[in-house]
Design a protein around this ligand. Structure first.
Ligand code: NDP
Length: 457
């Protein structure tokens, strides 16, 4: 190891990079991390964390309304102040970024707050001209939103990178894209008081999720005031004196304050010098890796969004952790990418793990469906028109639970625990034998007895 300046050079101090660096350093490796923006990466600075804070902010709108049903009278009509939220968010992410930095310092990781580019399989060049040799290089540079489709005026649009810090609250917002980011921000801004429209190329939101939940979520968002333009996209965005006009392919024209382009993210590898080391990438810039985060160059590895395998923070963290365990801890471990629980933080929330009904029916000869829709207890006194939807997808041959899908309060929290059960290959009989926690919404998951459909082929 003495032949190199460091044992591990990590490019990118986001979730994956920071975890790898800390674990590697814990095994005694000499580690250096470079970050050109802010320590913490997308998740902490302009992704999961600020998003969830804004989700909390948005939910007070319902809480204030619902309080009346429980006997509360609010003195005056609640008002919302955008700059206060932005400033509070900034304070919190600065605190978290500082904690990440402290964690790295405490682990004896050298942090260089500047851009680093790859010069060769074992060499990195810093923006200040310094060159560092490394036994291993880890690419953990994440991804960045793409402004697409490239229609005239798309440059007037913003992405999730800008929306958190808009100087003015957008009273009228057009969201382009019906994926995770599109629906989450549509939900947040509708509740904060924006008039929100969503336009998407598909006929429904959240491609790949269970169809029943996609439709139920779209309907719930529509009920909250979001207007949907399915099978349509902007053909032109024009700037005018008081905002923007978005002309859509369905013939409509929308006057808005902002257009949020949420049509996906690309791996962040442009200009990174990976070609110099001979690292293979896909057309969209994704670093090609195997199951163990190895690239085609033995000394170069990649984790997280830059690989475009599964663009979720916990995946990047797990990939990085297991990589450090393998490279420096002598452990024979790998990151399991199966049955990844996930949540979409809309209101209502969507939590899911395992196969959708559609995917299960493709893969298994006999599939049983258990489904329940009910009014949550809280909605009885508040009078809010709200339904919880739960669905369990079961292998009809073995009784194994293949997927569980929840739309409603705390669905993300449920998905986390359901992930354990599905990973342990729990059967429907295991769910049925589990005692309920009463009164909760989640108890429905262990009391659902009536099979609503069986598909055989
Ligand atoms: P998604 O892939 O989730 O959604 C992209 C959306 O844009 C889809 O509606 C897609 O349509 C559409 N789209 C893609 N390409 C084009 C195009 N060329 N023209 C028009 N429309 C297009 O990406 P996001 O940007 O929303 O999020 C990126 C990733 O970040 C997510 O996949 C997820 O992994 C992660 N994320 C996770 C969150 C969480 O865990 N809660 C929150 C936010 C992001 P179609 O459906 O037809 O493909």
């Amino acid at each position: 190891m003495a032949d190199y300046d460091v044992d591990l050079f990590v490019i990118g101090a986001g979730s994956g990079g920071v975890r790898t660096a800390r674990i590697a350093a814990g095994y005694g490796a000499k580690v250096m991390v470079a970050e050109e923006f802010r320590i913490g990466g997308t998740c902490v600075i302009r992704g999961c964390v600020p998003k969830k804070l804004y989700v909390y902010a948005s939910r007070f709108a319902d809480d204030f309304e619902d309080a009346a049903g429980f006997g509360w009278t609010l003195g005056q009509k609640p008002t919302f102040d955008w700059p206060t939220l932005v400033a509070a968010k900034e304070k919190e992410i600065t605190r978290l970024s500082g904690l990440y930095r402290k964690g790295l310092d405490g682990a004896n990781v050298a942090v260089v707050e500047q851009r680093a580019e790859v010069e060769g399989p074992h060499e990195v060049r810093l923006a200040d001209g310094r060159r560092v040799t490394a036994r291993y290089i880890l690419v953990a540079t994440g991804g960045a939103p793409v402004l697409q489709p490239a229609v005239p005026g798309v440059e007037h649009g913003i992405t999730s990178d800008q929306i958190f810090d808009l100087p003015e609250f957008p009273r009228r917002l057009l969201v382009v894209g019906g994926g995770y980011i599109g629906v989450e921000f549509a939900s947040v801004f509708a509740r904060l008081g924006s008039q929100v429209a969503v336009t998407m190329r598909a006929d429904n939101i959240l491609r790949g999720f269970d169809n029943d939940l996609r439709t139920a979520l779209r309907d719930a968002l529509a009920h909250a005031g979001v207007t949907f333009h399915p099978n349509a996209l902007p053909v032109r965005i024009e700037k005018e004196a008081h905002g923007l006009i978005a002309r859509l392919s369905d013939g409509s024209a929308l006057n808005v304050d902002q257009v949020l382009v949420a049509t996906g993210r690309n791996p962040h590898t442009t200009g990174l010098g990976l070609e110099k080391a001979g690292v293979a990438m896909r057309a969209n810039g994704a670093v090609i890796v195997d199951d163990l985060s190895c690239t085609n160059v033995p000394s170069v590895f990649a984790v997280g969004d830059v690989t475009d395998v599964s663009n979720l923070t916990p995946v990047a963290i797990r990939e990085g952790h297991t990589l450090a365990d393998r490279l420096f801890g002598g452990k024979d471990v790998a990151c399991d990418h199966e049955n990844i629980p996930t949540a979409v933080f809309t209101t209502p929330e969507l939590g899911t793990v395992g196969l959708s009904e559609e995917a299960a029916r493709e893969a298994y000869p006999v599939v049983d469906i258990y489904k329940a829709a009910f009014r949550p207890m809280r909605a009885t006194l508040s009078g809010r028109e709200e339904r919880v939807l739960m669905k369990i997808v079961v292998d009809g041959t073995t009784d194994r639970v293949l997927g569980v899908h929840v739309l409603g309060h705390d669905a993300g929290e449920m998905a986390q625990l359901l992930g354990i059960a599905v990973r342990m290959r729990a059967t429907k009989a295991d769910f049925d034998a589990t005692m309920a926690v009463h009164p909760t919404a989640a108890e429905e998951l262990v009391t659902m007895r009536t099979r609503t459909a069986r598909y055989e082929r």
